[in-house]
Design a protein around this ligand. Sequence first.
Ligand code: GLU
Length: 464
Amino acid sequence: MVVTRFAPSPTGYLHIGGLRTALYSYLWAKRMGGKFLLRIEDTDLKRNSVEAAQAIEEAFAWCGLEYDGEIVYQSSRMEIYQEHIQKLLEMGKAYYCYMSKEELDALREDQAARKERPKYDGRYRDFTGTPPKGVAPVVRIKAPLEGEICFHDGVKGDMRFQAADILDDFIIARSDGSPTYNFVVAVDDALMGVNHVIRGDDHLSNTPKQIIIYQAFGFDLPKFFHVPMILNASGKKLSKRDGATDVMDYPKMGYLKEAILNFLVRLGWSHGDQEIFSMEEMIALFDPNTINASPSAFNAQKLDWLNAHYIKTLPCEVLVEQLKRFDLDLSGHPQKALLLDSLRERAKTLEELALGARTILEAPTSYDEKALNKFITPETMELLEAFCDRIAAGGLLVHEADFEAVAKELLEERGLGLGKLAQPIRISLVGSSVSPSVFQVIATLGKDEVIDRMKTFITFYKRS
Ligand code: GLU
Protein backbone atom coordinates (compact mmCIF):
# COMPACT_ATOMS: atom_id res chain seq x y z
CA MET A 1 0.00 0.00 0.00
CA VAL A 2 1.26 3.45 -0.88
CA VAL A 3 1.89 5.58 2.20
CA THR A 4 2.81 9.24 1.76
CA ARG A 5 3.19 12.01 4.26
CA PHE A 6 3.54 15.73 4.65
CA ALA A 7 6.07 16.68 7.28
CA PRO A 8 6.13 20.42 7.92
CA SER A 9 8.34 22.08 10.50
CA PRO A 10 6.15 24.48 12.46
CA THR A 11 8.27 27.60 12.13
CA GLY A 12 5.58 29.97 10.89
CA TYR A 13 2.64 29.65 8.58
CA LEU A 14 1.94 27.02 5.95
CA HIS A 15 3.72 28.17 2.81
CA ILE A 16 1.92 27.91 -0.49
CA GLY A 17 4.78 25.71 -1.76
CA GLY A 18 4.32 23.43 1.25
CA LEU A 19 0.66 23.06 0.41
CA ARG A 20 1.63 21.99 -3.08
CA THR A 21 3.83 19.14 -1.81
CA ALA A 22 1.10 18.22 0.66
CA LEU A 23 -1.41 18.14 -2.20
CA TYR A 24 0.85 15.97 -4.34
CA SER A 25 1.35 13.54 -1.47
CA TYR A 26 -2.38 13.51 -0.75
CA LEU A 27 -3.37 12.93 -4.38
CA TRP A 28 -0.95 10.10 -4.87
CA ALA A 29 -2.09 8.31 -1.73
CA LYS A 30 -5.73 8.73 -2.74
CA ARG A 31 -5.12 7.59 -6.27
CA MET A 32 -3.36 4.47 -5.09
CA GLY A 33 -5.92 3.73 -2.38
CA GLY A 34 -3.17 4.31 0.16
CA LYS A 35 -2.66 6.52 3.19
CA PHE A 36 -1.63 10.14 3.58
CA LEU A 37 -0.08 11.00 6.94
CA LEU A 38 0.65 14.32 8.59
CA ARG A 39 3.70 14.64 10.79
CA ILE A 40 4.64 17.85 12.53
CA GLU A 41 8.42 18.11 12.79
CA ASP A 42 8.60 20.05 16.01
CA THR A 43 11.85 18.96 17.60
CA ASP A 44 13.63 22.27 17.19
CA LEU A 45 12.39 23.93 20.34
CA LYS A 46 14.01 27.25 19.50
CA ARG A 47 12.37 27.63 16.12
CA ASN A 48 9.11 25.73 16.51
CA SER A 49 5.94 26.93 18.16
CA VAL A 50 2.55 25.56 19.07
CA GLU A 51 0.90 28.47 17.25
CA ALA A 52 2.72 27.55 14.06
CA ALA A 53 1.57 23.93 14.36
CA GLN A 54 -1.99 25.20 14.84
CA ALA A 55 -1.62 27.46 11.81
CA ILE A 56 -0.68 24.41 9.72
CA GLU A 57 -3.68 22.47 11.02
CA GLU A 58 -5.95 25.42 10.30
CA ALA A 59 -4.67 25.64 6.73
CA PHE A 60 -5.25 21.91 6.29
CA ALA A 61 -8.78 22.24 7.60
CA TRP A 62 -9.46 25.10 5.20
CA CYS A 63 -8.31 23.33 2.09
CA GLY A 64 -9.93 20.05 3.06
CA LEU A 65 -6.94 17.76 2.59
CA GLU A 66 -7.79 15.01 5.01
CA TYR A 67 -4.97 13.04 6.51
CA ASP A 68 -5.30 9.50 7.76
CA GLY A 69 -5.11 8.79 11.45
CA GLU A 70 -3.88 11.23 14.05
CA ILE A 71 -1.27 13.90 13.47
CA VAL A 72 2.15 12.62 14.55
CA TYR A 73 4.18 15.11 16.57
CA GLN A 74 7.88 14.39 16.64
CA SER A 75 8.16 16.06 20.03
CA SER A 76 6.12 13.19 21.48
CA ARG A 77 8.43 10.53 20.04
CA MET A 78 11.67 11.26 21.86
CA GLU A 79 11.74 7.86 23.52
CA ILE A 80 11.48 6.13 20.18
CA TYR A 81 14.44 8.13 18.87
CA GLN A 82 16.49 7.36 21.99
CA GLU A 83 15.79 3.66 21.61
CA HIS A 84 16.87 3.78 18.01
CA ILE A 85 20.05 5.63 18.80
CA GLN A 86 20.83 2.96 21.39
CA LYS A 87 20.14 0.27 18.82
CA LEU A 88 22.67 1.71 16.40
CA LEU A 89 25.24 2.06 19.19
CA GLU A 90 24.70 -1.58 20.14
CA MET A 91 24.98 -2.72 16.54
CA GLY A 92 28.26 -0.82 16.21
CA LYS A 93 26.78 1.36 13.50
CA ALA A 94 27.07 4.51 15.54
CA TYR A 95 29.54 5.62 18.17
CA TYR A 96 30.19 8.21 20.83
CA CYS A 97 32.47 11.01 19.81
CA TYR A 98 34.18 12.95 22.59
CA MET A 99 35.71 15.67 20.55
CA SER A 100 35.56 18.98 22.39
CA LYS A 101 34.44 22.18 20.74
CA GLU A 102 38.05 23.42 20.76
CA GLU A 103 39.26 20.29 19.00
CA LEU A 104 36.53 20.59 16.42
CA ASP A 105 37.37 24.27 15.81
CA ALA A 106 41.05 23.41 15.41
CA LEU A 107 40.20 20.69 12.90
CA ARG A 108 38.01 23.10 10.91
CA GLU A 109 40.80 25.70 10.85
CA ASP A 110 43.32 23.17 9.58
CA GLN A 111 40.94 22.05 6.89
CA ALA A 112 40.22 25.63 5.89
CA ALA A 113 43.97 26.35 5.68
CA ARG A 114 44.37 23.37 3.38
CA LYS A 115 41.30 24.51 1.43
CA GLU A 116 39.53 21.27 2.24
CA ARG A 117 35.84 20.76 2.79
CA PRO A 118 35.04 20.88 6.52
CA LYS A 119 34.63 17.30 7.52
CA TYR A 120 34.83 15.23 10.66
CA ASP A 121 38.02 13.19 10.56
CA GLY A 122 36.68 10.02 12.14
CA ARG A 123 38.98 10.13 15.14
CA TYR A 124 36.51 8.38 17.47
CA ARG A 125 35.15 6.04 14.83
CA ASP A 126 37.05 3.04 16.07
CA PHE A 127 37.93 4.36 19.49
CA THR A 128 38.30 1.73 22.16
CA GLY A 129 40.25 3.66 24.80
CA THR A 130 39.08 5.44 27.91
CA PRO A 131 36.91 8.43 27.06
CA PRO A 132 38.23 11.82 28.13
CA LYS A 133 36.66 13.19 31.28
CA GLY A 134 34.25 16.07 31.31
CA VAL A 135 33.12 15.85 27.70
CA ALA A 136 29.47 15.01 27.03
CA PRO A 137 29.74 12.98 23.84
CA VAL A 138 27.69 13.30 20.71
CA VAL A 139 26.63 10.19 18.80
CA ARG A 140 27.85 9.86 15.21
CA ILE A 141 26.71 7.47 12.55
CA LYS A 142 29.31 5.28 10.83
CA ALA A 143 28.83 6.53 7.30
CA PRO A 144 30.35 4.62 4.40
CA LEU A 145 33.87 5.87 3.69
CA GLU A 146 33.79 5.10 0.02
CA GLY A 147 31.43 4.05 -2.74
CA GLU A 148 28.30 5.81 -3.77
CA ILE A 149 24.89 6.48 -2.39
CA CYS A 150 22.56 6.00 -5.33
CA PHE A 151 18.85 6.28 -5.64
CA HIS A 152 16.34 6.86 -8.34
CA ASP A 153 14.38 10.04 -7.82
CA GLY A 154 10.95 9.97 -9.43
CA VAL A 155 11.35 13.59 -10.55
CA LYS A 156 15.08 14.10 -10.97
CA GLY A 157 16.10 10.70 -12.26
CA ASP A 158 19.15 8.76 -11.11
CA MET A 159 21.00 10.46 -8.30
CA ARG A 160 24.53 9.57 -7.26
CA PHE A 161 26.45 10.93 -4.31
CA GLN A 162 30.08 10.01 -3.74
CA ALA A 163 30.37 8.93 -0.12
CA ALA A 164 33.92 10.20 0.23
CA ASP A 165 33.03 13.63 -1.16
CA ILE A 166 29.89 14.53 0.59
CA LEU A 167 29.47 12.44 3.67
CA ASP A 168 31.12 12.22 6.98
CA ASP A 169 30.09 10.58 10.20
CA PHE A 170 27.39 13.11 10.86
CA ILE A 171 25.93 13.58 14.30
CA ILE A 172 22.70 11.74 15.06
CA ALA A 173 22.44 12.76 18.72
CA ARG A 174 23.77 15.98 20.22
CA SER A 175 25.66 16.07 23.50
CA ASP A 176 22.41 16.72 25.36
CA GLY A 177 21.05 13.51 23.86
CA SER A 178 18.62 15.18 21.46
CA PRO A 179 18.39 13.51 18.05
CA THR A 180 19.21 15.46 14.89
CA TYR A 181 17.02 16.30 11.95
CA ASN A 182 18.00 13.72 9.33
CA PHE A 183 17.97 10.95 11.88
CA VAL A 184 14.42 11.58 13.07
CA VAL A 185 13.06 12.08 9.55
CA ALA A 186 14.46 8.74 8.39
CA VAL A 187 13.39 6.87 11.53
CA ASP A 188 9.89 8.32 11.40
CA ASP A 189 9.39 7.71 7.71
CA ALA A 190 10.51 4.12 8.13
CA LEU A 191 8.49 3.40 11.28
CA MET A 192 5.39 5.12 9.90
CA GLY A 193 5.62 2.92 6.82
CA VAL A 194 6.07 5.87 4.47
CA ASN A 195 7.17 4.42 1.14
CA HIS A 196 6.71 7.44 -1.13
CA VAL A 197 8.42 10.61 0.03
CA ILE A 198 7.33 13.64 -1.98
CA ARG A 199 9.04 16.84 -0.83
CA GLY A 200 10.75 20.02 -1.94
CA ASP A 201 14.09 19.67 -3.69
CA ASP A 202 15.69 21.84 -1.01
CA HIS A 203 15.84 18.52 0.84
CA LEU A 204 17.75 16.71 -1.88
CA SER A 205 21.07 17.07 -0.08
CA ASN A 206 19.56 15.49 3.05
CA THR A 207 18.49 12.39 1.22
CA PRO A 208 21.89 10.58 1.11
CA LYS A 209 22.22 11.13 4.85
CA GLN A 210 18.77 9.75 5.43
CA ILE A 211 19.59 6.79 3.21
CA ILE A 212 22.58 6.03 5.42
CA ILE A 213 20.24 5.89 8.41
CA TYR A 214 17.86 3.59 6.54
CA GLN A 215 20.76 1.36 5.59
CA ALA A 216 22.15 1.27 9.11
CA PHE A 217 18.84 -0.11 10.38
CA GLY A 218 18.23 -2.28 7.34
CA PHE A 219 14.99 -0.42 6.60
CA ASP A 220 13.58 -0.54 3.07
CA LEU A 221 14.18 2.67 1.15
CA PRO A 222 11.13 4.68 0.13
CA LYS A 223 10.76 6.12 -3.34
CA PHE A 224 11.81 9.74 -3.39
CA PHE A 225 10.28 12.55 -5.41
CA HIS A 226 12.01 15.90 -5.05
CA VAL A 227 9.79 18.66 -6.35
CA PRO A 228 11.42 21.79 -7.81
CA MET A 229 10.81 25.09 -6.09
CA ILE A 230 8.14 27.56 -7.09
CA LEU A 231 9.65 30.64 -8.69
CA ASN A 232 8.32 34.17 -9.07
CA ALA A 233 7.66 35.84 -12.41
CA SER A 234 11.31 36.91 -12.70
CA GLY A 235 12.65 33.43 -12.09
CA LYS A 236 13.73 33.87 -8.46
CA LYS A 237 12.56 31.81 -5.51
CA LEU A 238 9.03 32.86 -4.54
CA SER A 239 9.15 35.11 -1.50
CA LYS A 240 6.86 37.32 0.52
CA ARG A 241 7.75 40.25 -1.69
CA ASP A 242 5.96 38.54 -4.56
CA GLY A 243 2.64 38.58 -2.71
CA ALA A 244 1.01 36.22 -0.31
CA THR A 245 2.93 33.06 0.51
CA ASP A 246 0.89 32.13 3.60
CA VAL A 247 -1.83 29.72 2.50
CA MET A 248 -4.32 31.34 4.89
CA ASP A 249 -3.93 34.72 3.21
CA TYR A 250 -5.77 33.30 0.23
CA PRO A 251 -9.14 32.67 1.89
CA LYS A 252 -8.84 36.14 3.42
CA MET A 253 -8.42 37.61 -0.05
CA GLY A 254 -11.45 35.72 -1.33
CA TYR A 255 -9.88 32.75 -3.07
CA LEU A 256 -11.66 29.44 -3.08
CA LYS A 257 -9.84 26.30 -2.03
CA GLU A 258 -10.92 24.70 -5.31
CA ALA A 259 -9.04 27.40 -7.21
CA ILE A 260 -5.95 27.21 -5.01
CA LEU A 261 -5.69 23.43 -5.23
CA ASN A 262 -6.29 23.44 -8.97
CA PHE A 263 -3.68 26.18 -9.33
CA LEU A 264 -1.14 24.29 -7.24
CA VAL A 265 -1.59 20.95 -8.96
CA ARG A 266 -0.69 22.61 -12.26
CA LEU A 267 2.37 24.35 -10.82
CA GLY A 268 4.83 21.67 -11.72
CA TRP A 269 2.61 18.97 -13.13
CA SER A 270 0.37 18.73 -16.16
CA HIS A 271 -1.98 16.46 -18.00
CA GLY A 272 -1.95 17.44 -21.65
CA ASP A 273 -3.12 21.02 -21.80
CA GLN A 274 -5.93 20.60 -19.32
CA GLU A 275 -6.19 23.55 -16.93
CA ILE A 276 -9.32 22.83 -14.92
CA PHE A 277 -9.22 19.87 -12.57
CA SER A 278 -11.87 18.87 -10.10
CA MET A 279 -10.62 17.06 -7.01
CA GLU A 280 -11.87 13.78 -8.50
CA GLU A 281 -9.90 14.40 -11.69
CA MET A 282 -6.77 15.33 -9.79
CA ILE A 283 -7.01 12.10 -7.83
CA ALA A 284 -7.65 10.07 -10.95
CA LEU A 285 -4.80 11.60 -12.95
CA PHE A 286 -2.01 12.81 -10.71
CA ASP A 287 1.21 10.85 -10.84
CA PRO A 288 4.38 12.04 -9.07
CA ASN A 289 6.48 10.31 -11.73
CA THR A 290 5.32 12.96 -14.19
CA ILE A 291 6.12 15.98 -12.03
CA ASN A 292 8.09 18.55 -14.03
CA ALA A 293 11.81 18.38 -13.38
CA SER A 294 12.23 22.11 -13.98
CA PRO A 295 10.81 24.73 -11.65
CA SER A 296 7.56 26.47 -12.46
CA ALA A 297 6.65 30.10 -11.98
CA PHE A 298 3.81 31.43 -9.89
CA ASN A 299 1.34 33.13 -12.19
CA ALA A 300 -1.09 35.34 -10.29
CA GLN A 301 -3.29 35.94 -13.36
CA LYS A 302 -3.77 32.22 -13.78
CA LEU A 303 -4.89 31.96 -10.17
CA ASP A 304 -7.39 34.80 -10.66
CA TRP A 305 -8.67 33.13 -13.78
CA LEU A 306 -9.19 29.85 -11.94
CA ASN A 307 -10.85 31.60 -9.03
CA ALA A 308 -13.25 33.37 -11.41
CA HIS A 309 -13.95 30.02 -13.04
CA TYR A 310 -14.88 28.39 -9.74
CA ILE A 311 -16.96 31.37 -8.64
CA LYS A 312 -18.90 31.00 -11.88
CA THR A 313 -19.39 27.28 -11.65
CA LEU A 314 -19.53 26.08 -8.06
CA PRO A 315 -22.92 25.21 -6.59
CA CYS A 316 -24.69 28.04 -4.83
CA GLU A 317 -24.45 26.33 -1.40
CA VAL A 318 -20.66 26.16 -1.64
CA LEU A 319 -20.45 29.88 -2.30
CA VAL A 320 -22.97 30.65 0.45
CA GLU A 321 -20.78 28.72 2.89
CA GLN A 322 -17.59 30.46 1.77
CA LEU A 323 -19.16 33.92 1.86
CA LYS A 324 -19.63 33.58 5.61
CA ARG A 325 -15.95 34.48 5.91
CA PHE A 326 -16.91 37.88 4.53
CA ASP A 327 -19.65 38.43 7.08
CA LEU A 328 -22.32 37.62 4.62
CA ASP A 329 -24.79 34.92 5.57
CA LEU A 330 -27.15 34.26 2.70
CA SER A 331 -28.26 30.86 3.94
CA GLY A 332 -31.76 32.10 4.86
CA HIS A 333 -32.25 34.32 1.81
CA PRO A 334 -35.08 33.05 -0.44
CA GLN A 335 -33.42 34.35 -3.61
CA LYS A 336 -29.80 33.50 -2.83
CA ALA A 337 -29.31 31.48 -6.00
CA LEU A 338 -30.63 34.28 -8.18
CA LEU A 339 -28.56 36.85 -6.33
CA LEU A 340 -25.36 34.85 -6.78
CA ASP A 341 -26.17 34.02 -10.37
CA SER A 342 -26.58 37.69 -11.14
CA LEU A 343 -23.15 38.49 -9.67
CA ARG A 344 -20.93 35.50 -10.22
CA GLU A 345 -20.19 36.12 -13.90
CA ARG A 346 -18.25 39.21 -13.02
CA ALA A 347 -16.59 38.48 -9.68
CA LYS A 348 -12.96 37.42 -9.51
CA THR A 349 -12.91 36.83 -5.76
CA LEU A 350 -15.37 36.05 -2.99
CA GLU A 351 -14.64 39.48 -1.63
CA GLU A 352 -15.94 41.05 -4.83
CA LEU A 353 -18.91 38.72 -4.76
CA ALA A 354 -19.72 39.70 -1.17
CA LEU A 355 -19.36 43.37 -2.02
CA GLY A 356 -21.69 43.00 -5.00
CA ALA A 357 -24.24 41.14 -2.90
CA ARG A 358 -24.15 43.78 -0.18
CA THR A 359 -24.66 46.54 -2.70
CA ILE A 360 -27.91 44.87 -3.67
CA LEU A 361 -29.10 43.66 -0.29
CA GLU A 362 -28.48 46.86 1.64
CA ALA A 363 -30.83 49.70 0.82
CA PRO A 364 -28.91 52.72 -0.51
CA THR A 365 -28.16 55.49 1.95
CA SER A 366 -27.33 57.98 -0.78
CA TYR A 367 -27.63 58.28 -4.54
CA ASP A 368 -24.74 58.75 -6.93
CA GLU A 369 -24.64 62.38 -8.12
CA LYS A 370 -23.37 61.64 -11.58
CA ALA A 371 -26.01 58.99 -12.16
CA LEU A 372 -28.72 61.35 -10.96
CA ASN A 373 -27.59 64.09 -13.34
CA LYS A 374 -27.33 61.75 -16.23
CA PHE A 375 -30.46 59.63 -15.93
CA ILE A 376 -33.00 61.39 -13.75
CA THR A 377 -35.41 63.80 -15.45
CA PRO A 378 -39.06 64.63 -14.71
CA GLU A 379 -39.92 62.29 -17.57
CA THR A 380 -37.92 59.28 -16.32
CA MET A 381 -39.16 59.88 -12.78
CA GLU A 382 -42.75 59.84 -13.93
CA LEU A 383 -41.99 56.57 -15.71
CA LEU A 384 -40.41 55.09 -12.59
CA GLU A 385 -43.42 56.11 -10.51
CA ALA A 386 -45.77 54.53 -13.01
CA PHE A 387 -43.72 51.32 -12.93
CA CYS A 388 -43.76 51.32 -9.15
CA ASP A 389 -47.56 51.77 -9.11
CA ARG A 390 -48.06 48.95 -11.57
CA ILE A 391 -45.94 46.56 -9.53
CA ALA A 392 -47.85 47.54 -6.41
CA ALA A 393 -51.13 46.84 -8.16
CA GLY A 394 -49.78 43.79 -9.96
CA GLY A 395 -50.67 41.01 -7.53
CA LEU A 396 -48.25 38.12 -7.13
CA LEU A 397 -44.98 39.03 -8.83
CA VAL A 398 -42.02 36.79 -8.03
CA HIS A 399 -39.81 35.94 -10.96
CA GLU A 400 -37.65 38.13 -13.17
CA ALA A 401 -40.06 37.48 -16.05
CA ASP A 402 -43.06 38.70 -14.01
CA PHE A 403 -41.46 42.07 -13.44
CA GLU A 404 -40.09 42.23 -16.95
CA ALA A 405 -43.62 41.75 -18.34
CA VAL A 406 -44.92 44.67 -16.28
CA ALA A 407 -42.09 46.88 -17.58
CA LYS A 408 -42.64 45.77 -21.16
CA GLU A 409 -46.31 46.55 -21.12
CA LEU A 410 -45.71 50.00 -19.70
CA LEU A 411 -42.92 50.82 -22.14
CA GLU A 412 -44.89 49.58 -25.13
CA GLU A 413 -47.87 51.72 -24.20
CA ARG A 414 -45.59 54.71 -24.17
CA GLY A 415 -43.48 53.73 -27.14
CA LEU A 416 -40.27 53.85 -25.06
CA GLY A 417 -37.23 51.62 -24.81
CA LEU A 418 -36.01 49.89 -21.64
CA GLY A 419 -33.06 52.29 -21.41
CA LYS A 420 -35.31 55.06 -20.09
CA LEU A 421 -36.53 52.92 -17.22
CA ALA A 422 -33.60 50.65 -16.36
CA GLN A 423 -31.26 53.29 -14.96
CA PRO A 424 -33.83 55.04 -12.76
CA ILE A 425 -34.75 51.60 -11.39
CA ARG A 426 -31.09 50.84 -10.64
CA ILE A 427 -30.53 54.19 -8.97
CA SER A 428 -33.63 53.76 -6.82
CA LEU A 429 -32.65 50.24 -5.78
CA VAL A 430 -28.88 50.34 -5.31
CA GLY A 431 -28.04 54.04 -5.37
CA SER A 432 -26.03 53.97 -8.59
CA SER A 433 -26.36 53.05 -12.23
CA VAL A 434 -24.14 49.99 -11.80
CA SER A 435 -25.75 46.67 -11.01
CA PRO A 436 -26.45 43.34 -12.67
CA SER A 437 -29.61 42.92 -14.73
CA VAL A 438 -32.34 45.11 -13.22
CA PHE A 439 -34.92 42.36 -13.28
CA GLN A 440 -32.59 39.97 -11.46
CA VAL A 441 -32.05 42.61 -8.82
CA ILE A 442 -35.78 43.22 -8.56
CA ALA A 443 -36.61 39.53 -8.23
CA THR A 444 -33.82 39.10 -5.68
CA LEU A 445 -35.15 41.87 -3.48
CA GLY A 446 -38.79 40.91 -3.87
CA LYS A 447 -41.80 43.06 -4.60
CA ASP A 448 -42.25 44.72 -1.18
CA GLU A 449 -38.64 45.75 -0.78
CA VAL A 450 -38.53 47.07 -4.34
CA ILE A 451 -41.61 49.21 -3.78
CA ASP A 452 -40.14 50.52 -0.53
CA ARG A 453 -36.88 51.51 -2.13
CA MET A 454 -38.56 53.10 -5.12
CA LYS A 455 -40.88 55.12 -2.90
CA THR A 456 -37.96 56.31 -0.79
CA PHE A 457 -36.20 57.44 -3.94
CA ILE A 458 -39.31 59.16 -5.30
CA THR A 459 -39.74 61.04 -2.02
CA PHE A 460 -36.06 62.01 -2.09
CA TYR A 461 -36.45 63.28 -5.65
CA LYS A 462 -39.56 65.28 -4.88
CA ARG A 463 -37.91 66.95 -1.90
CA SER A 464 -34.80 67.97 -3.71
N1 GLU B 1 10.23 19.35 7.88
C1 GLU B 1 10.73 19.62 6.59
C2 GLU B 1 10.30 20.99 6.13
O1 GLU B 1 9.36 21.55 6.67
C3 GLU B 1 10.30 18.61 5.55
C4 GLU B 1 10.93 17.30 5.75
C5 GLU B 1 10.62 16.28 4.69
O2 GLU B 1 9.65 16.46 3.95
O3 GLU B 1 11.36 15.31 4.65
O4 GLU B 1 10.89 21.53 5.23
